[in-house]
Design a protein around this ligand. Structure first.
Ligand code: CDP
Length: 215
């Protein structure tokens, strides 16, 4: 793992991690992985399995061997040969993903997959626990953050039907669950560079990060 260029980007919901990470990886000519897609895929799987998240620890861990998640072109998500790229952004998944992401066995299974992908590759990986848990030895770690208002505004542009306050509440609820969970809570690694991007656009954010990485 140590010889590869690993760049970790963490941050709260809608802080621009995915767009920034994708563009950065493209400009550097290295791989990109949005780990949020994996947590969304897992959530979708378990929502449809009707397994109660409260009794989750009673399940047989072998179940994870039957859950095959593949990601193509950084956005096409295939779960056991079915394309779930769109449904993983449904309200059902949005409302539950942070609950399932707090379950130990789910995290262990996904962290293992993520570390395996990084093992032989230069990669930009984005999520909540990349700098702290998945790639603690990453050469570069960034934590993207900005105000809740800006984040809600950005999400509304992606889906005009959503009301601003409603969007704010949903993002905030997810952040609170992510920050306060027992396992791998969302927090900046001690050695991460914190980038506030309320007044910095995507290209400027990528430029700033690229300057640090290349110098
Ligand atoms: O795109 P957005 O910032 O809204 O969220 P996402 O990156 O798609 O992640 C969805 C959810 O997955 C987060 O709210 C976390 O609960 C969970 N997640 C996580 O726990 N750890 C990660 N490394 C990535 C996502």
């Amino acid at each position: 793992m140590k010889g590869n260029l690993h760049i970790a980007i963490d941050g709260p919901a809608a802080s621009g991690k995915t767009d920034t990470g994708k563009l950065l990886a493209e400009e550097l000519g290295i791989l990109f992985l949005d780990t949020g897609l994996m947590y969304r895929a897992m959530t979708y799987y378990f929502l449809n399995s009707k397994l109660d998240e409260n009794n989750f620890d009673l399940i047989n861990k072998d179940i994870f061997d039957d859950i095959n998640i593949e990601i193509f072109n950084n956005q096409n998500v295939i779960l056991n040969n079915i394309d779930i790229s769109k449904v993983i952004f449904s309200d059902d998944v949005n409302n539950k993903v942070s609950i399932y992401a707090g379950i130990k066995s789910i995290r262990e299974s996904l962290v293992k997959k993520q570390q395996l992908i990084a093992q032989d590759n230069d990669i930009v990986m984005v999520g909540r626990d990349i700098g702290t848990v998945v790639l603690p030895d990453a050469k570069f770690k960034f934590f993207l953050d900005c105000s809740l208002n800006t984040r809600a505004m950005r999400r509304m542009h992606q889906d005009d039907k959503k009301k601003f306050t409603n969007e704010k509440d949903k993002l905030n609820n997810r952040d609170l669950l992510d920050k306060n969970r027992e396992i791998s809570p969302l927090l900046p690694s001690e050695d991460a560079v914190i980038v506030f991007n309320d007044y910095v656009n995507l290209n400027e954010t990528v430029k700033l990060i690229k300057n640090i990485v290349l110098n």
